[in-house]
Write a protein of this length. Sequence first.
Length: 228
Amino acid sequence: MDACTTRRTAGRAAVVAACAVLLAGCGSGGDWPSASGSAAGSGSATPAPSSAPATTSAPVSDAGGTGGTGGAAGTGGGNGASADTGSDRCHTSELAGSVLRDAGGGAAGSQYVTLSLRNQGSRTCYLRGFPGVSYVAGDDGHQVGPSAAMQGGHGSPVRLGPGGSAGATLRMVNVANYDAAACRPTAVRGLRVYPPGETDSLFVPMEGTGCAATPPGDQLVIQAFAAR
């Protein structure tokens, strides 16, 4: 091999070595973020844990009727911070509402009642979470004051066979406790109720008095549905 050939061979070897160094800096080394946003180690990235509970782990309460096996509880919402059971969720058109008054349910300027939803359909369905609740008045059913605040956890899915019912505790503040100018007391005809995960509402008759303005506290406080 002559001297020129030797020099060309050496030059190509130097270029290959330089490229190898550059490629090593562009690989999947420790400076690249993992799926969870932190630097990856020498092994495979570990995905960040999910804060949502497993969708098949929630126990199911049976509220009577014919029973049945529905889907697992999901994490869907709606008008309330609720979770539902996908296609097996109870739809507004399948439900009828009522208010069950408790003679001993008053305390500290408030009255506690049970908002009950009954399955009037022909299939088994599920309720889980909070309903959206507000006072309504007038022939047009306009809303009176703020919607109910939500209190407590979402609870377990409640299985409603045909004719089965679920209830949610509703606290109604005596709005006479508020300054009249801040409350603007208004006669109401009942409640507008959005079942968990639903965008259609139903009307539940209940005469009373609400605040047309925004009072300094919650005029309505609702808890999640439970078997009744």
